[in-house]
Design a protein around this ligand. Structure first.
Ligand code: HEC
Length: 158
């Protein structure tokens, strides 16, 4: 066993595989560089529909929140924001989450956590502009993620 070159080769190959798989799951997700320069995240039809549904809920929520801020209805702001909080992220399937690159996981979780935070802020603040400024800041995550990523559908024939 002292001079087991073969063992070392096997160990090295396994180590490279572990690092490679760790890289894939943690950082890269299931992606390729799309023709428009954005990173395309490869999902199934069902996963895409579920992600886009979540996105439309967020757009709708942001509309409700801005409308409620305009009439200083902080209770409504708080309700609409909390519906988009971590409850939504926690409902995502582990298979879907594994396909997302680390930056998307971070931005996505950050966005949901920020809605919870906004909901709490709306309960305590007296100043609607403070809530509006916070919403504007949060929306940098929407802009940044849309700038860098799009969704592609996996080709089941391959
Ligand atoms: C972590 C990344 C990420 C964040 C954060 C994010 N989105 Fe998205 N969103 C996406 C991706 C990816 C798509 C699909 C784009 C594509 O394939 O061209 C998308 C699509 C959408 C769509 C289109 C839905 C449809 O049915 O086609 C809307 C609307 C949307 N997002 C709203 C928002 C809003 C509002 C926010 C912030 C409150 C937000 N998104 C935050 C990644 C994100």
């Amino acid at each position: 066993m002292k001079n087991c070159k073969f063992c070392w080769v096997i160990t090295l190959v396994l180590a490279v595989m572990v690092v490679g798989m760790g890289y894939f799951f943690l950082f890269k997700g299931n992606t390729f560089l799309g023709e428009d320069g954005r990173t395309a995240i490869v999902l199934s039809e069902g996963e895409k529909a579920s992600v886009l549904g979540e996105m439309r809920d967020m757009l709708e929520g942001v509309q409700i929140i801005t409308g409620a801020i305009a009439v200083n209805d902080m209770e409504r702001v708080s309700e609409a924001a909390s519906a988009l909080g971590m409850v939504v992220a926690n409902a995502d399937s582990p298979e879907l989450i594994a396909k997302l690159p680390l930056e998307v996981k971070t931005l996505g979780l950050g966005a949901h956590a920020a809605f919870d935070n906004l909901s709490e802020m709306a309960k305590t603040t007296q100043d609607p502009n403070e809530v509006l400024a916070e919403l504007s800041d949060m929306m940098l995550a929407c802009v940044s993620c849309h700038d860098g990523y799009r969704i592609a559908i996996e080709d089941l024939d391959e």
